[in-house]
Design a protein around this ligand. Structure first.
Ligand code: IPT
Length: 994
């Protein structure tokens, strides 16, 4: 038995031809409270509920649009590649949750005289619709609109609309994106009234002359309902961004469509940097009377590939991108308008200029915003069949599925074709590379020759205009940039591919802590014109907001709803947290892709304008000079005129400092005036230069001789202000009091473990597996010797040698820690680590850990801040004096892991309210992190609620640590960021602060 929802040949019934999404006619929203019935199967769903007089009083009420799993019906289910049910296309499980929806509406006065259409912007995954008891039609394709002509069914006064939605359908096989499975009418529903004869669709093209100066605007309009040739005329009026009419034209309607146009002299061109939008007003007139009018935005811009380089308006641009899924922590894939704005604002404020709408067309209003605010878009077809793998048996290579694949592409292209923001069409994601892709590409090229075609799955670029890859390593990226080839294929194909631009449609897997090496990626990208940009995977963590029984909020991920199979926290891999708070990864990205770069030259500064179209006139700049973090001098920096992609040299704004201490010059570029997306003063770019390094080496303070009391198991050292007890057996400090207050609860002790980050391989293979196999998470210590020596200076030196090693193996690390206690009460720590054995693995970290008393909540430091930083992700950290509480130093990754490190720290003080506490000084620097959690707490926790908030403070000082990388999906840290086992040696000082 076949039915409509298990038949890929049927993509819809009675659906109107797809068309551009623009304001036409009058719209009545049908969003709001609908009556709703949820059934576990299709067969058990209410029969005949669409008929007049059906009694739905027992039904629930559900908000439309919404994803029903987010409102207690069924449950969210997360899988990445796997289909959540047996792969048996086109059939789906008997347990096929079905939602029946009902609502009444009143037809506005006068609407029955014209044409009335019913539009669904998104229904997941199959629906059938009835109006006033009569079947209207059906549709599939969850993230593309469906419109129906209901003019003959709709009636004056009250109308009853009924919709039935099935969670699973053959369409589901084409929608295997890495995200939650969510269902229902999840985007807007509306009723649109137009006159009987009206402008149904418009396709505008803006081509520019060879100098990118003058434009030719072509208007191709489809007119519905014309009976007599020559009776109607379409009149166009073009208004410039300030609202002045600049162009007019008209064409007589002969058939179903009109095609006309005209030149526009020197239009202001559209780009992400200067998103100048014109308004095109089209009027359909019969004699003197205007019967219909539509209006939409037009941006003058051309996208082309010339000499193997991707260009916009002639300029080789760089797409500084992110992959954006539609996600809201409480609403799933139903995104409120203000949330879309929030995403756009966050992107613009973080120097992002491009979005790949992974992996389906977004809500249409999102593209309006990208036009308006200025973001380049790769618009991606709602097509992913990942669960079939990459081979020829993928359904994208099977003729029965061709109609469905093509339908999805056509509906996206038709809907979004007028958006200047859309600079490439994407055939979808991870759907193998089949014959049906060729059909899609061929149709698209013919329908819209103005945009290149993208598809990562087409590794040979048979159907695509750019070579696209994901998670390519930096060395390989550099080779692509140099147009080197090492990929297989026929010579001709290879050559054709080499001539195409290269885009990283996904890179920098932002799962948990990370990604690392954004800097090196962008050095590579700026190193070659072939490399047109890169899109971070991904924009947002898809965590779902939940509460524990005790009321603690947390974000759920795969498996938290009892689903099987699931892919755990692989869905938590964004640059912003589920609540849209930027993660350190986004802050780092902003810095790395900043549009103004300042470098130090021999006698001054060099400013590079990395904008593609605008100069720096919209920015203002300041400089400031600090000694050891304290402001000494500051001023305004006059920005010279720097054309796009050009540089200018400036003298240093201050004279070279001579005094003691470390002298650092900061240069800041901010918005000079308010823009649509940020206030004046918003930071765009900055740079920092150490003009003079500190000449002072950490030295021991003089003081009276230290008193020593020695016994077999303990050592007591004391001076006028302090008292230090040393455990001779365990070779470490037992207690340390200064001015009568305890400074330490435990430690310092060597520390080599970190709570693995997702990019250490997470639950999958990766460096974490090898660390655990080597036993680095269970190191034990054997103290070899504890030697005590009084020095001439009056200080006392304790030398502890120990062997720190994992159980069950002969490997180990030979460690020596020399404590020098001076009469002033300060402590110098001299550490060495050596390994007699060869290790195949790296180390997570090399440092010292200690536990500080409960009240030590205030942290201040001089080093990179204010946010966390790591060896391969520290560009956004500015050297300065920073303060935070211990709680504030914790980054609440949805899946707890190592976090909160600060790099290049000259000193850090952890104190109580009074300012009394412990200060650590680097020689010259150290890393630190301070938490109310131990490494083991973080390692054990799977959710934020698993973390016990301890009163005491774990302070970890790191000499070195392993980089972050991207290895939860992408490459491991670069060799220079991996912590290889080698001899280590460092010296720090610990002193009581008052
Ligand atoms: C790649 C997918 O395109 C993306 O949707 C997401 O799943 C990402 O991986 C990982 O988070 S595909 C992968 C097999 C490289």
């Amino acid at each position: 038995m076949t039915n409509d929802f298990e038949n890929p040949q049927i993509v819809g019934q009675n659906r109107l031809a797809p068309r551009a999404w623009f304001a036409s006619g009058t719209t009545k929203s049908l969003n709001g409270a609908w009556r709703f019935h949820y059934s576990p199967t299709v067969a058990e769903a209410p029969q005949g509920f669409h008929q007049q007089g059906f009694d739905s009083r027992q039904w629930d009420t559900l908000e439309v649009p919404s994803c029903w799993q987010m409102h207690g019906y069924g449950r969210p289910h997360y899988t990445n590649i796997l289909y959540p049910f047996p792969v048996d296309p086109p059939r789906v499980p008997t347990e096929n949750p079905t939602g029946s929806y009902l609502r009444e509406f009143t037809l506005p006065e006068g609407w029955q005289d014209g044409r009335v259409r019913l539009r669904f912007d998104g229904v997941d995954s199959f629906f059938r619709v009835w109006l006033n008891g009569q079947e209207v039609g059906l549709s599939k394709g969850s993230r593309i609109p469906a419109e129906f002509d209901v003019s003959d069914i709709v009636r004056q006064g009250q109308n009853t609309l009924a919709v039935q939605v099935h969670q699973w359908s053959d369409g589901t096989y084409l929608e295997d994106q890495d995200m939650w499975w969510l269902s229902g009418i999840f985007r807007d529903v509306s009723l649109i009234a137009t006159p009987k004869v009206h402008i149904e669709d418009v396709f505008v093209d803006t081509s520019l002359d060879s100098k990118y100066q003058d434009a030719y605007l072509t208007i191709d309009a489809r007119i519905h309902g014309v009976q007599t040739e020559g009776e109607y005329e379409v009149r166009a009026e073009l208004l410039d961004p300030t609202g002045n009419a600049v162009h007019g034209g008209a064409a007589v309607v002969l058939g179903e469509s009109v095609n006309f146009g005209g030149s526009v002299e020197r239009p202001r061109k559209w780009s992400a940097e200067d998103p100048a939008l014109y308004t095109l007003r089209l009027r359909l007139a019969k004699g003197d009377s205007v019967v219909d009018q539509v209006e939409f935005k037009v941006g003058f811009r051309v996208v082309e590939i010339r000499n193997g380089v991707f260009r916009i308006n002639g300029q080789a641009v760089k797409l500084k991108g992110v992959n954006r899924h539609e996600h809201h922590p409480d609403l799933g894939r139903t995104i409120p308008y203000k949330t879309m704005v929030e995403d756009v604002l966050l992107m613009k404020r973080h120097n992002v200029n491009a979005v790949r709408t992974s992996h389906y067309p977004p809500h249409p209003r999102f593209l309006d915003m990208c036009d308006q605010y200025g973001l380049y878009v790769i618009d991606e077809c709602d097509l992913e069949t990942h669960g079939f793998g990459y081979g020829p048996d993928n359904i994208t290579n099977i003729p029965e599925w061709e109609v469905a694949c093509l339908d999805r592409m056509q509906r996206m292209v038709e809907r979004d074709k007028n958006h200047p923001c859309v600079v490439m069409w994407s055939l979808g994601n991870e759907a193998g590379c089949g014959q049906n892709h060729k059909t899609m590409a061929d149709w698209t090229r013919q329908r819209d020759p103005s945009r290149p075609i993208h598809y990562e799955g087409d590794s040979e670029t048979r159907n695509t205009d750019v070579l696209s890859q994901m998670y390519t390593s930096i060395p390989d990226l550099i080779k692509h940039g140099a147009r080197e080839n090492w990929l297989e294929g026929e010579e001709e194909m290879v050559q054709a591919r080499l001539r195409k631009p290269f885009v990283l449609c996904e890179y920098a897997h932002a799962m948990g802590n990370g990604p690392g090496s954004l800097k090196e990626y962008w050095e590579a990208i700026y190193g070659s014109d072939r490399l047109m940009g890169a899109f971070v995977w991904e924009w947002i963590d898809h965590g779902i907001r939940q509460r524990t029984a005790s009321g603690e909020e947390f974000f759920a991920y795969g498996g938290d709803f009892g689903e099987h199979p699931h892919d755990s926290n692989f869905v938590i891999d964004g640059l912003i947290f589920p609540n849209r708070v930027p993660s350190p990864g986004l802050v780092e990205y902003k810095k790395v892709i900043e549009p103004v770069v300042v470098e130090r030259t021999e006698d001054g500064l060099r400013v590079t304008n990395r904008y593609d179209f605008i100069d720096l006139g919209h920015l203002s700049a300041t400089w400031s000079l600090r000694r050891d973090g304290e402001l000494v001098q500051s001023g305004v920096l006059a920005i010279p005129h720097v054309a796009p992609h050009e540089t200018a040299d400036l003298p240093l704004p201050c004279s070279l400092p001579k005094g003691e201490g470390e002298w650092v010059l900061d240069v800041d570029f901010v918005l000079a005036t308010e823009t649509l997306w940020a206030k004046s003063g918003h930071g765009i770019a900055w740079a920092q230069f150490v003009l003079r390094e500190s000449q002072l080496a950490a030295s021991m303070a003089a003081g009276p001789a230290v008193q020593v009391e020695d016994s077999a198991t303990a050592l007591r050292l004391s001076g006028p202000t302090f008292d230090l007890e040393f455990d001779r057996v365990r070779g470490r400090i037992r207690s340390w009091r200064a001015n009568g207050i305890d400074l330490l609860k435990d430690g310092p002790q060597f520390h080599f473990w970190r709570a693995p980050i997702d990019n250490d391989g997470g639950a999958r293979a990766g460096i974490q597996t090898s660390w655990r196999q080597e036993g680095l998470d269970h190191l034990q210590e054997r103290v070899g010797s504890v030697e005590v020596q009084s020095l001439d200076s009056g200080a006392v030196q304790i030398t502890v040698t120990s062997r720190i090693a994992p159980p069950a193996t002969r490997k180990g690390l030979d460690c020596v820690l020399v404590y020098t206690v001076d009469g002033s009460g300060g402590l110098t720590l001299d550490a060495t680590v050596a390994s007699p054995a060869e290790w195949e693995t790296t180390l997570p970290r090399v440092g010292l850990r200690m536990t500080l008393p409960a009240a030590f909540e205030k942290v201040s430091w001089y080093g990179r801040g204010p946010g966390e930083s790591y060896i391969d992700s520290k560009e956004a950290g500015r050297i300065g004096r920073w303060q935070a509480t211990v709680d504030e130093l914790h980054t609440p990754y949805v899946f707890p892991q190592e976090n909160g490190n600060r790099t290049d720290v000259r000193w850090v003080a952890v104190t109580g309210k009074s300012g009394f506490g412990l200060r650590a000084e680097g020689d010259p620097t150290l890393n630190f992190s301070a938490h109310h959690y131990t490494t083991e707490d973080l390692d054990r926790a799977a959710h934020t609620y698993d973390l016990p908030h301890r009163e005491e403070v774990t302070l970890i000082l790191d000499h070195r640590h392993h980089g972050l990388g991207s290895n939860s999906c992408g490459p491991a840290p670069l060799p220079q960021h991996q912590l290889k086992v080698e001899p280590f040696r460092w010296t720090w000082r610990l002193v009581p602060t008052v």
